[in-house]
Design a protein around this ligand. Structure first.
Ligand code: ADP
Ligand code: 5RP
Length: 526
């Protein structure tokens, strides 16, 4: 039953499902954008060899079902009107009957996803960039190994018989989920534009696929990689199929939206936040003065503009890929949360840290933050790292250097290995990541963006030190949403839009769901 816009039944709900790198989350969200219920569940990852990262679409769907069932427990299901998915931009491979195909030399079909952070296709991306094809202008001038074309070429060159020749469907993970829920193999404009070289204005470019040696994908009007393309939030087919409804514990037929990549859902969830009354530079200014930074395993820096802006080393400009009618530039750091975890967990005194944090019922990060407060004495915390510096490109540099060959570095190491050393190394890592954000902002501003305020979300935005260092090092105020799970709010906005209850996924003064008032969290320390 469609409820006309402006005459919404009170008490409607929308379900958002967010598939991050490390876990799957679901939320039940009401019409005001308030999270009513939340659940999460970790997902498996495999690293069969260095730089190969794989997942299973069956595992991920099963996790989506577990968390969705949890968040709707005890709710009158008739009040749920829409479902939206976001996910990492990983590559899902299915055969012609939509069964999983192996993306690995072991031939394990369960592992049918090449994850976004997989860097196996280094030789392929190098050759793609050597073509200097015009589509590369729209990915910051250099294609990233994390995009789909090099991964597809790797599959063709390395797993021809076991995978490539049998493949019927290559999906971006967000599109796989909306297909699984509806049976409609449409692709979201977001995933195709951002990761597959599709143009919102001109569609696919045959000459690109021919020149890189993937001309076979042009067959049947690009049937294997998508020929029906919908804007994020568009309603798919007849909604949730009876089979998927049973899996998810939701009513069949509810609206399901064309999806978003996770960073874009986070961007949508925060960039239009109401900041009136805080005296921020962005108050009363166009939404283009805001930069959404979605910080999880990786960090993604999403800036929008009315006209296309070409920023060397920063992905895009992508038209309508996040906010309809706006161009998007997406800067990024491939590992941020993952790097902090790596540095802290790999340190000799990590077991001691863990034991001390557990004894205080704190996370290791809360413990480290209070330890830094203790050892800084009267000086600002940032000064603790005058002799210790980290270069954070342990997994290459996504933006603005766009060089996947770069490696990480630490200078200023001593022989001591106590908790103070670990805390200072952790601080230096956080600072290095914040300097990376500053470099990305500088590149965006040089090219024509004018950014005054940061809007952070994602797991790392729950870390006060990470937030404060971003404010200090960029010199910009950082706004956090009252609703910490902003990525999920973005996913729920999609479901709300697909239900027809809201006209669009628009942001700004004339908002849909999902934009509660946002307190200003951090100002740069003077
Ligand atoms: N409360 C917290 N304090 C500090 N770090 C956190 C907190 N919660 C999550 N993180 C960090 O955020 C990262 C994961 O963020 P998340 O958004 O869940 O990632 P993803 O979407 O990639 O799965 C991890 O590195 C984790 O250590
Ligand atoms: O490339 C990306 C977005 O375009 C993201 O880095 C990728 O989707 C992973 O996200 P997360 O770090 O939140 O798991």
């Amino acid at each position: 039953m469609a409820v006309p816009r402006g005459d919404r039944e009170p008490g409607s709900y929308y379900v958002g499902v967010d598939v991050g790198t490390g876990s799957v989350r679901a939320a039940l969200v009401d019409q005001r954008g308030t999270l009513v219920a939340f659940a999460d569940q970790p997902v498996n990852q495999w690293e069969p060899q260095f730089n190969h990262h794989e997942q299973s679409s069956e595992d991920i769907w099963a996790a989506c079902c577990v968390v969705t069932k949890k968040v709707v427990q005890g709710i009158n299901l008739n009040r749920i009107r829409g479902l939206g998915f976001d996910a990492t931009c990983s590559l899902v491979v299915l055969d012609k009957e939509f069964r999983p195909l192996p993306v690995n030399h072991e031939g394990d079909p369960h592992r049918n996803i090449i994850m976004w952070l997989d860097h196996r296709a280094i030789s392929q991306v190098h050759r793609i960039n050597e073509t200097k094809h015009s589509v590369l202008q729209y990915v910051g001038g250099v294609m990233s190994v994390e995009m789909q074309a090099p991964k597809l070429l790797w599959l063709k060159e390395n797993l021809r018989e076991t995978c490539w020749d049998k493949a019927g469907h290559f999906f971006d993970l967000p599109d796989f989920l909306s297909w699984k829920a509806t049976g409609v193999p449409a692709r979201s404009l977001c995933s195709l534009v951002c990761k597959w070289t599709y143009s919102a204005e001109k569609g696919w470019d045959d000459s690109f696929w021919k020149v890189i040696g993937l001309e076979d994908l042009i067959a049947n009007n690009y049937n294997k990689i998508g020929n029906k393309v919908l804007p994020p939030g568009a309603s798919l087919g007849s909604g949730l199929t009876p089979e998927a409804a049973k899996d998810l514990g939701l009513p069949a037929g509810i609206a399901v939206a064309a999806s978003l990549i996770d960073a874009h859902a986070g961007g949508l969830g925060v960039i239009g936040a109401d900041v009136r009354g805080h005296g921020l530079a962005c108050e009363g200014q166009p939404v283009t003065s805001r930069l959404a930074v979605i910080c999880g395993t990786s960090s993604c820096h999403m800036g929008i503009s009315k006209n296309p802006i070409f920023v060397p080393g920063v992905w895009g400009p992508y038209f309508s890929a996040m906010v309809p009618g706006f161009w998007l530039n997406e800067g990024g750091q491939s590992v941020t949360g993952k790097l902090i975890d790596h540095m802290v967990q790999g340190h000799a005194v990590f077991p001691e840290l863990q034991a001390k944090a557990t004894a205080r019922c704190q996370s290791v990060y809360a413990y480290l933050n209070s330890h830094l407060d203790l050892i800084k004495k009267t000086q600002p915390v940032g000064f603790l790292t005058v002799d210790l510096h980290v270069w954070p490109d342990f997994h290459g540099n996504r933006s603005p250097l766009a060089d996947l060959t770069l490696k990480g570095m630490v200078t200023g190491l001593k022989l001591s290995q106590d908790l103070d050393d670990l805390a200072i190394l952790y601080l230096a890592t956080v600072q290095a990541i914040a300097f990376g954000t500053r470099l990305i902002i500088e590149a965006m501003e040089t090219a024509g963006h004018s950014i005054s305020t940061l809007f952070l979300c994602g797991g790392l935005s729950k870390n006060p030190l990470f937030v404060q260092m971003h404010a200090d090092i960029t010199g910009m105020p950082v706004v956090l949403s009252q609703e910490v799970e902003s990525v999920l709010v973005g996913a729920a906005i999609l479901g709300a839009c697909a239900s027809g209850d809201f006209a669009s996924v628009q942001v700004g003064e004339d908002r849909g769901v999902g934009h509660g008032p946002s307190p200003v969290w951090g100002y740069p320390s003077s």
